[in-house]
Design a protein around this ligand. Structure first.
Ligand SMILES: [Zn+2]
Length: 172
């Protein structure tokens, strides 16, 4: 049972009570007061709608999540209508969760897009292949004097180095 201790001058446990982001709480619940519940003094608020309807269980522990859960469970339509009229983003748990999921999905999509771009970038790098290596070697043979054994050796070394460069670029 809740026993009203009256509207004493209290510190508010909803620290941002006067702030914009708890405007929905102030619109739908009474001011903070103390009440005894199961032998403990608690900070509570009354649901304005439940009180108007004469309900005996209109008193709730003054905790933003508890209060918004109550709105979601009992007065969702009233709450959402109020949000629209008062240009307030719904803080009902399901809406907060939905926005959170949407943000996570958008972030995941962004990461995927950037990964796709990165992979597309990589595909443009000519990968090493035996054919490419052979082609490079043939080009060198045609462009140089192959009768000189010393040049042949030097050119082949260059081709091997360029092949190695291909491999390391493709592996990035
Ligand atoms: Zn209510």
């Amino acid at each position: 049972m809740l026993a009203d201790l009256g509207n004493i001058d209290l510190d508010d446990d909803i620290a941002d009570d006067r702030e914009e982001r708890t405007r929905d709480i102030r619109a739908h619940f009474s001011g903070l007061r103390h009440a005894m519940t199961m032998g403990t003094k608690r900070r509570v608020r009354d649901c304005n709608i439940c009180k108007q309807r004469g309900r005996t269980d209109a008193t709730l522990v003054s905790d933003v999540t508890t209060l918004r859960r109550h709105m979601e469970a009992k007065h969702k339509d009233v709450y959402l209508t109020w949000c629209r009229k008062n240009d307030f983003e719904s803080k009902l748990p399901r809406d907060v969760q939905r926005r959170k999921s949407a943000r996570a999905a958008a972030e995941a999509k962004l990461v995927q897009t950037s990964l796709d771009n990165h992979l597309a970038e990589k595909e443009r790098v000519v990968p090493y292949s035996h054919a490419a290596f052979k082609e490079a070697a043939m080009e060198w043979l045609l462009e140089t004097d192959q009768s000189d054994v010393g040049n042949w050796h030097w050119g082949l070394t260059l081709s091997i180095e360029s092949a190695a460069a291909f491999i390391s670029t493709a592996a990035l």
